[in-house]
Design a protein around this ligand. Sequence first.
Ligand code: T5A
Ligand code: NA
Length: 209
Amino acid sequence: MTRRGALIVFEGLDRSGKTTQTQKLLEFFQKNGKKSVIQRFPDREEPLTGPTIDNFLKTATTVSQSKEVIHLLFSANRWACMDRIRSQLNEGTHVIMDRYSFSGIAYSLAKGMDKAWVCQPEVGLLKPDLVLFFDIDPTVVMARNGFGGEALERSDFQAAVYAKMNEIFQKEYWKKINAAETIENVHEEVLSHVNQVLETVTAEKEFQI
Ligand code: T5A
Ligand code: NA
């Protein structure tokens, strides 16, 4: 029987280095002959919700939208991809996720929303085998190249998201990564956690936060 792939999630603030590192992990797996894919959330290519989310992220400073609707759109975006991701995992492909439910929850909590309410739409999504939290001081990421291009990239808001991510960081499958290190050192730290978890991958579980 094919051993299922691992579901590895990268979480953290805007510009904390997630996309850089998901790409490096993909290259590592490919070099070692392991089938693997990157799944970004929000998935702006997802036909039902992707274009609306993309538009929100590019324009939210000028248009006022319902926090509830935005929250549910991001969650629906994940649900719309679940069957495909489940199939990929079951056929033995590692799925590397660039953000997931924890961004959905932390960004909405930072807007002052109720915790039970924001967690509910995530219940039943696939449970990750590993969540790598890219821990970095919000003031450091704000100085990085490209910060500030999108609606949620404001310093006060990023500080609030950072506080909320730390608050929900409590499950045994969360690991902190020192994201202020060099790209190569961060990659090494990522690999050390990934290699440990690959040994322990078992059947998929329902999402629980
Ligand atoms: N959102 C998302 C919600 O509100 N709800 C949700 O449910 C979800 C899923 C879009 C926004 O949507 C919000 C969160 C976001 O605000 P996105 O499209 O994923 O999310 O955009 P970001 O995650 O913000 O992607 P970024 O590209 O901005 O950040 P990354 O991927 O963390 O950072 P990366 O790798 O692109 O690197 C940023 C810069 O830093 C450099 C890179 O070269 C690059 O220039 N860099 C480093 N510099 C120094 N040292 C290192 N170790 C470095 N690593 C990278
Ligand atoms: Na990114």
